[in-house]
Design a protein around this ligand. Structure first.
Ligand SMILES: [Zn+2]
Length: 202
């Protein structure tokens, strides 16, 4: 297996999905997301921006304590990373990895790297793999950050929902009240449809 290939599937396969939350942690939204996940015995992956983790280490620690997984989402969230020099890309990945690891504590593991805006190129995937991080994409984009209402967010997710989906949502980067409200409905729906919760495959 090539660990530098972009991962779009779930670890457990079958009728599982992988929920992913980007751009946090954020003290307003991350605890709400974690509470909903816990109510449903659901697991998720959190793609954190390094300085946010540094600022709110207790949130990063509660993600780990809940059995959820951490993902590196860079330092500066530059969505044009692929146009930048290699040295810049290395720093974005490695510095955020250090910041998130410091926040999470010594026993916590960082599993993945997701490029801001999904702006991957082979060199960036290779850097991630060299740092022990599997590069991950998504298959179901909720577009929740556009804040066009809960029904729209659910519609976006359901358009592509299938066993093995990696669902992209956000627990940081702005007002995520719609995301939290949509997540409550999504979890009810997924439970009713017999989906289980997994992580992106490594
Ligand atoms: Zn992002």
């Amino acid at each position: 297996m090539n660990n530098a290939l972009l991962q779009f599937g779930t670890q457990d396969g079958g009728r599982s999905v992988a929920l992913t939350f980007d751009d946090g942690p954020d003290p307003r939204w991350t605890p709400k997301v974690l509470a909903l996940l816990a109510q449903h015995h659901a697991k998720a992956t959190f793609c954190e921006i390094g300085p946010n983790a540094q600022r709110y280490p207790y949130l990063t620690k509660s993600i780990v304590a809940a059995g959820d997984r951490l993902c590196d989402h860079s330092v500066h969230h530059n969505e044009r990373q692929s146009r930048m020099p290699l040295d810049y890309n290395i720093h974005e990945i490695a510095d955020a990895q250090r910041e998130i690891s410091d926040a999470a504590g010594p026993s916590a593991k960082l599993w993945y790297y997701r490029a801001p805006g999904g702006d991957f190129k082979p060199a960036i995937r290779n850097i991630a793999a060299q740092h022990g991080l599997r590069p991950i994409g998504w298959s179901d984009d909720s577009d929740d950050w556009k804040r066009r209402g809960v029904p729209g967010i659910l519609q976006n997710i359901n358009r592509n929902l299938h066993p093995g989906s990696i669902i992209l949502m956000h627990d940081g980067g702005g007002d995520r009240s719609q995301t939290v409200a949509a997540l409550a409905k999504l979890l009810d729906q997924l439970d009713a449809q017999g989906y289980t919760y997994s992580f992106p495959a490594r």
